[in-house]
Ligand binder design. Structure first.
Ligand SMILES: Nc1ncnc2c1ncn2[C@@H]1O[C@H](COP(=O)(O)OP(=O)(O)OP(=O)(O)O)[C@@H](O)[C@H]1O
Length: 275
């Protein structure tokens, strides 16, 4: 089976900052894969390389068998992307927002209305579809963005911190919709999150990224058992949490020196606008 994403020695630098530094990563078709890591680990940069928004040399990134450098348009057609920054226009209704994406992604004119309605229904926004997005709650806005990404029926859905700034109930709502769409369509989902409990509950596999590379990879249970064994825990001891694994891998990455001004500013701005 072709992998949904294959990154081989992926590297990307902003000046002297090596944001992604030799990333090897395979995401299998049909799985929900969580990319975790402290602020500044390189998650968003890696995602932007996969989505072709940042240019990479041939051979570093393939999406469903298409090289991101050689076959950029094919890659773009296969994926739906919900960035950290909000992409919905608050002056348009939910339906208008999704229709705009349908046009941009060349959904055939005859099918457009039905596909827009289907995408809105998939995220439970049918009743609110004709209200201005500016009147939506934070959770509804995130679901609307999910509908925008789904309307082109992508085979790979990429979500950068889809639940940031949401309350626990809205977070659960977003995840339940992601899970339901994945089950209905079999699409692959790559998601970044800082919420370890979400990764533990909803991701089939997770990769912990630190300083531009994957430092641990596996199912949440495998990673938690692995840490338990390294600590010499007995079979009856409770498993360490995914957060313990994260601290073990990222170590100093979780102290006050992780990330920089830009990271804090962008995270706050996103959280404020969603919340
Ligand atoms: N446009 C840019 N210009 C300069 N440096 C950048 C730019 N984008 C990212 N960086 C730097 O690259 C590194 C990786 O950033 P990136 O946003 O990929 O991390 P991240 O893991 O997504 O972080 P977060 O969890 O805060 O979103 C950081 O040191 C960041 O400051």
């Amino acid at each position: 089976m072709t992998d949904a994403i294959a990154c081989t020695g992926l590297a990307y630098a902003f000046g002297d900052t090596r944001a992604v530094d030799g990333l090897d990563l395979t995401v299998r078709e049909g799985e929900v894969f969580g990319l975790l890591g402290p602020n500044g680990a390189g998650k968003t940069t890696a995602i932007r390389c996969v989505t072709t928004l940042l240019p990479v040399p041939p051979g570093m990134v393939a999406v469903l068998g298409h090289d991101a450098a050689r076959d950029r348009m094919a890659v773009r057609r296969l994926l739906g992307y919900v960035p950290q920054q909000l992409s919905a226009d608050q002056g348009l209704t939910g339906r208008e927002n999704v229709s705009l994406f349908a046009r941009v992604f060349d959904v055939p004119r005859r099918e457009r209305a039905a596909r827009v309605a289907q995408a809105l229904a998939a995220v439970d926004l049918t009743d609110a579809a004709d209200r201005l997005a500016g009147t939506y709650s934070g959770g509804m806005v995130r679901r609307l963005e999910l509908a925008q990404a789904l309307v082109s029926a992508p085979r790979l859905l990429i979500l950068d911190e889809p639940t940031i700034g949401l309350d626990p109930i809205a977070r659960t709502g977003v995840w339940e919709h992601i899970t339901a769409v994945r089950e209905a369509t079999g699409m692959t989902v790559l998601v970044t999150t800082h919420y370890m409990d979400e990764a533990d509950q909803y991701c089939d596999r997770v990769g912990l990224m630190h300083r531009g590379r994957i430092r641990a990879l596996g199912t949440p249970v495998e990673l938690r058992q692995g840490l338990g064994e390294r600590r010499g825990a007995s079979a009856t001891d409770p498993l360490p949490s995914l957060e313990d694994v994260f601290r073990d891998v990222a170590g100093s990455g979780l102290d006050d020196t992780s990330g920089d001004f830009r990271d804090v500013r962008s995270t706050r701005r996103t959280a404020q606008r969603v919340g």
